[in-house]
Design a protein around this ligand. Sequence first.
Ligand code: ADP
Ligand code: MG
Length: 235
Amino acid sequence: ALDGAPVLTVDGLTVQFGALKALDDVSFTVPAASIMGLIGPNGAGKSTFVDAISGFLPQHDGRVLLGDRDLAGLSPTRRARLGLRRTFQQDRVPPALTVGAYVRFVARRRLAAADIDEVLAFFGCPPARSRLSSVDVGTRRLVEVAANVAARPRLLILDEPAAGLSHEEHLALAARLRELPARYGVALIIIEHDLDLVRSVCPTLTVLDFGRVLASGPQAEVLANPDVVKAYMGE
Ligand code: ADP
Ligand code: MG
């Protein structure tokens, strides 16, 4: 992709559950190797957005492009192979595997052992031979992020990555996330309830409320937007 060309273009994305529009005409772009926070009150449509973009919710109106590739009709696996990956809000890391086996399982591509070790070390994760059953929940979340980064995606969507982390793990995660675009060439969309993490990591923000984009742009501008303040006060 050209420098500054969007890695993701969302155009008129609309998802309807019966009478409810969980997403209503959502449009924005994400530049390559950038970090955007996607925030909004409970029920705003954040998880629906991730599901629609990553192919878990194929029934929607509007267009989703990865680079200049239209993703219509492509399965989650196909999208992952094209470089669009996501993590899940719930802990889905299988305890029976070693850390290294899990990274290979998630990446679904050939990885050199040295590359796995490098990513695990960068995230401060236990070494590849460790059993996931001996790793605490907070560290498992880091391993999930590390495994997806090891797959070298163009876009990684993180659904509430700080959930279940201690304060120290939270700070460590924030520091690593900030470095990911420059280090691995990946763009991040970070869905987060925790505004502290968003403030410290995301230069740009998009706010959803009742399925609509309430505000989108530079962090300071968005957080000072009266409509955004009102939406958060109303929680
Ligand atoms: P958020 O992640 O921002 O909390 P969600 O995307 O989970 O919000 O939900 C957006 C809205 O869509 C909510 O009103 C929720 O109840 C509704 N919703 C989500 N998934 C479904 C579904 N599978 N069927 C019906 N309604 C749903
Ligand atoms: Mg959610």
